[in-house]
Design a binder for this molecule. Structure first.
Ligand SMILES: C[S@@+](CC[C@H](N)C(=O)[O-])C[C@H]1O[C@@H](n2cnc3c(N)ncnc32)[C@H](O)[C@@H]1O
Length: 343
């Protein structure tokens, strides 16, 4: 799959504008042809999104979900592919600055339609005047970590995406899905969920645990619930948010790519599946893979409760895998579907 931001990020190295220093740190790292085109000894990748972390591992790179926990460690070069959410991107620039050695270069790449202009302006506030180029509908910008900028602002932005209690007992942070609200589709599914779900269940693409919390609050017959989520930060929040239920119900938290299937066997599954991967282009095959993963993980007679944008083409995948498929409600551009496996 093409990755213009990664292709653009590698350009200043390919053109010799920035030296390809061994032992560099890559925040928000992604695998791709431009990265693999030449050797990069000792490149340490940070990627909290499971499918991308696995792709990097398959390509032979060392990957962590979070940056090195050693606060004293400094890197001779820091590359960054910032997330789209602005506070989270600001926090990443500030993290890059904090982790860069004196004299190290920090370089970032942002697609034009994901806030390249504001990203470059934020970068310049932290680092001072920066070098830059435009290519592949992206902006690439770089600077020496110690060249200028504003250390006080860097300290402030370091906390820009820190976890916070956004409602009593509910923790979230910028950058995770619908971080400061309940997503409208999830709210519609929650409104329709029956209180009869029971036994062992799974939440596929669980985010910070919104659907799981609704299930646990409403369905007293639930004995166990496994949350599967690709975003390590969202999963950590879910674990914190659901902690009050842990004394009553067995809870599992899995940093996992649901599109590859899930290992358990369940009486019910709930999901608000993703339909975008990285980038803005819709990827309905992702939601279809979630439907197939749910069907394969359900016991005979098991039920799937799913919400999706109304126009997403999940019907064929549902009909192919379930004995009964019922549209429970269609409202505000979303549909809630209940599907049951043959007994
Ligand atoms: C539409 S959100 C729903 C989140 C949460 N269930 C809610 O209702 O607020 C989809 C979630 O799926 C996660 N996700 C995306 N791709 C995934 C994958 N391949 N495997 C597991 N989770 C994935 C996203 O990080 C996101 O948290």
């Amino acid at each position: 799959m093409s990755d213009p931001a990664l292709d653009a990020l590698m350009l200043p190295f390919a053109e010799g504008r920035i030296a390809r220093v061994p032992g560099a740190l890559f925040l928000g790292a992604r695998a791709g042809a431009a990265l693999h085109a030449s050797q990069w000894p000792g490149l340490a990748c940070v990627q909290g999104f499971r499918p991308q972390a696995q792709a990097l591992e398959r390509a032979g790179f060392a990957v962590r979900a979070e940056a090195d926990p050693d606060p004293a460690r400094r890197w001779p070069l820091v590359l960054a592919l910032p997330p789209r959410q602005r506070e989270a991107a600001r926090a990443l620039y500030a993290q890059a600055r904090a982790l860069a050695d004196a004299g190290a270069t920090v370089v970032a790449s942002v697609p034009n339609d994901e806030g390249a202009k504001s990203g470059e302006a934020d970068f310049a506030r932290l680092f001072g005047a920066a070098g830059s180029l435009s290519k592949h509908k992206c902006r690439v910008f770089w600077a020496r970590a110690d060249a200028g900028g504003d250390p006080a602002l860097a300290a402030q932005w370091r906390e820009a995406d820190a976890p916070r209690e956004i409602a009593p007992g509910w923790w979230s942070r910028p950058g995770v899905f619908a971080w400061d609200r309940i997503d409208a589709a999830s709210a519609l599914l929650i409104a329709q969920l029956p209180d009869t779900l029971a036994g062992e269940g799974a939440d596929l693409g669980a985010g910070s645990g919104v659907l799981a919390a609704a299930v646990l609050e409403r369905c007293t017959g639930v004995r166990g619930l496994d949350l599967y989520e690709a975003d390590a930060r969202a999963l950590a929040l879910a674990e914190r948010n659901l902690a009050p239920h842990a004394a009553r119900v067995r809870l599992g938290f899995h940093w996992h790519d649901v599109a590859a299937g899930v290992p358990g066997r369940y009486d019910f599954v709930v999901a608000n599946p993703p339909f975008h991967a990285q980038g803005r282009a819709p990827r309905p095959e992702l939601g279809q893979a979630f439907v197939r993963a749910a069907a394969a993980a359900l016991r005979p007679g098991g039920a799937l409760w799913l919400v999706a944008n109304r126009q997403l083409p999940y019907e064929q995948a549902l009909a192919g895998a379930f004995a009964e498929v019922r549209t429970v409600v269609q409202r505000d551009g979303f549909k809630v579907v209940a599907a049951r496996r043959a007994p």
